[in-house]
Structures are given as C-alpha cells and as structure tokens.
Design a protein around this ligand. Structure first.
Ligand code: ADP
Length: 302
C-alpha cells in the first residue's frame, strides 16, 4: 500500500475543512482527487506531505506515519504544490543541483531527471525565461529528484495553454508507470485524461471513489467532436448506434451512442467521407460528468 488515510479531519479556527476522510492508494495507481474549489483537496495533500498536521485521524505514506515518522514519510514523497514556488533568477540545472544537494542526490541523477522531464533544451535557461508549461516541468523534476515512491501533485495543469496541457498530462502519465501518483484537480477532463481512479471530494467529505474503467464500461458512450462547419443533427443521426446529438457550442457536437465499441474511428471516417474536417475528437465519460455534477452541484469547468 502506498497511501492509507483513515478518518482524517482538519479544522482551521472554526471551519472544518476535512470531515473524516478515508481511502487507500495501491502502488502504481494514478488517482485523481477531484472536487470544486474549497472542497479540501489542498488541505489533505498538505497533511500527506507533512506541511500541515491533521486535527485527528491517521495518514500513512509508504508505510510511514506522517505524524510520528514525518522525515521518512517526506523521503517517500515528491510534492508539487499548487503555486509551484521557483527561484526565477536561477538557471534550470543550477536550481535542480541546488535542490539535489538538500536531498544528497547524486549528480548523474540530475541529468537523468532533466532528460526524463523533457527539460534538456531548456536546462541552461533562467527559470524566469520559461513558459508556464516548462516551469511545471521544473517543479515536477524537482519533486522527482530524490526518487520518491509517491508523487503528490496539487492542480498540476492549472493555467496551462492547450499544448502545454497535453505535454504535462503525457509526462504525468509516463511518470505514473513507475510511481504512485495522487493529483488534485477541479477539472473533470483532467481525471479522464490521466487517472486510473477518481476520488471525488465535496465540502470536506469523500462522495465517490471509483475506477475509471468501471465508469467507462457503461454502455452509453459520449463523443465530443468539432467540425469546421455547421452540421444538421439529422445528418449526424445517420451514424450507426447513435441515440442523440447535441450542438454544445459553435461547431462542437456531443454524440451519444449505445455501444461500448469505441466509435471515434467511425465518426472520423464519416466526417471524412462527407468532406467535413474534424478539428477535435474525444471520448467523454457520461458517468463521471453526471457523478461530478450530481455530487458536487457545481458548474463543471471545461
Ligand atoms: P481546495 O484545495 O479543494 O480548493 P482547500 O483545502 O484549499 O480546498 O480549502 C478547504 C477549505 O478550508 C476552504 O473552505 C478554505 O477556505 C479553508 N482553508 C484552507 N486553508 C485555510 C487556512 N490556512 N486557514 C483557514 N481556512 C483555510
């Protein structure tokens, strides 16, 4: 077991931010901690990383109790805080070397991490010159320096442009092949793109804990597609297995199918055969969206 949290509560002054949270994360899982702003995600992550102490309950990371064995727990965790704190005047390699010294990390490990996080072309630049996406890479590189078993990422993709978003998601998914990853987000699509499992938190309590594969197994399938031109609903209803069409905005359509067979290739070919250009095409989980809306009654970001 990589993370075990049992009945954790946290009260700030008079406000109870966590109301008895319990869950376990197995080694090698990528778990998304999803909830609206103010739900308590950062508070729990700060407790796991030993930055904050819980009011009650027990949290164990990699076998170490975060309260009674904080140093060993810290050694097991790589943490990227929400507002990635970096020294903008330092050069990337210099910054990583500086942090490596704190952990007593061997020098060759720095080069491995630079390569692994895609920082090689930027390694000799000042952090202040980097895009937000590359700054996040530096934060992730720093979190990985001491080769921790568990990586905790607080809102790792917030504020990234669409290209940076894809790159950072890919990097996190790659890292997740070797490490246990717990990441927080208030954006449902982030969970669908990266996670094996989702824990939904609302007002300090867990309201759902599900494997994405279970959610995706549902017979209804939603595909979001954007064309370069307006299309009549009746025309899209000619697709096989389609049960409904919704024009969500502009030339973006939500197509609902009653099959588990991935319909993305069919939609792509259908568009191509009718001289339509497909600008984007993605599969959405109907259940996750419904779950999130139902359980948190909050407008979903997009
Ligand atoms: P999230 O990360 O899900 O946005 P947080 O864990 O930051 O949520 O916050 C949970 C609740 O605790 C919020 O209502 C927030 O206002 C409150 N809170 C967070 N940090 C503090 C603090 N240092 N002092 C007082 N209240 C806090």
């Amino acid at each position: 077991m990589s993370i075990s949290v049992s009945d954790i509560t946290k009260t700030y002054d008079r406000q109870q931010a966590l109301k008895g949270i319990s869950f376990e994360v197995q080694q090698g899982e990528i778990v998304g901690f999803l909830g609206p702003n103010g739900a308590g995600k950062s508070t729990l992550m700060k407790i796991l990383t030993t930055y904050l102490s819980a009011s009650s309950g027990v949290a164990i990371v990699n076998g170490f109790d975060v309260t009674t064995d904080a140093i060993s727990a810290q050694r097991s965790i790589g943490y990227l805080p929400e507002h990635n704190p970096l020294y903008l005047d330092m050069y990337v390699r210099e910054y990583l070397s500086f942090n490596a010294k704190v952990y007593g990390t061997p020098k060759d490990r720095i080069e491995t991490i630079i390569e692994r996080t895609g920082l090689t072309p930027e390694a000799n630049k000042k952090i202040g010159q980097l895009s937000k996406g590359y700054r996040q890479r530096v934060g992730i590189a720093c979190a990985l320096l001491h080769d921790p078993e568990v990586l905790i990422l607080d809102e790792p993709t917030t504020g990234l442009d669409p290209n940076q978003l894809v790159d950072i998601r890919t990097l996190i998914t790659e890292i997740g092949k070797e490490k246990t990853v717990l990441l927080s987000t208030h954006i449902m699509q982030e969970v669908e793109a990266m996670c094996d499992r989702v824990i939904i938190i609302h007002e300090g309590a867990i309201v759902a804990d599900q494997h994405l594969s279970t959610l995706m197994d549902d017979t209804a399938q939603i595909i979001e597609v954007e064309f370069d031109y307006r299309v009549e609903d009746a025309f899209l209803l000619k697709l096989p297995h389609i049960t409904a069409v919704k024009n969500t905005h502009g030339f973006v359509y939500e197509l609902i199918f009653d099959t588990t067979t991935d319909m993305r290739p069919k939609v792509f070919d259908f568009a191509h055969d009718h001289q339509l250009k497909t600008l984007q095409l993605s599969r959405k989980s109907k259940d996750l969206e419904h779950l999130f809306r139902e359980l948190t009654s909050t407008v979903v970001d997009g």
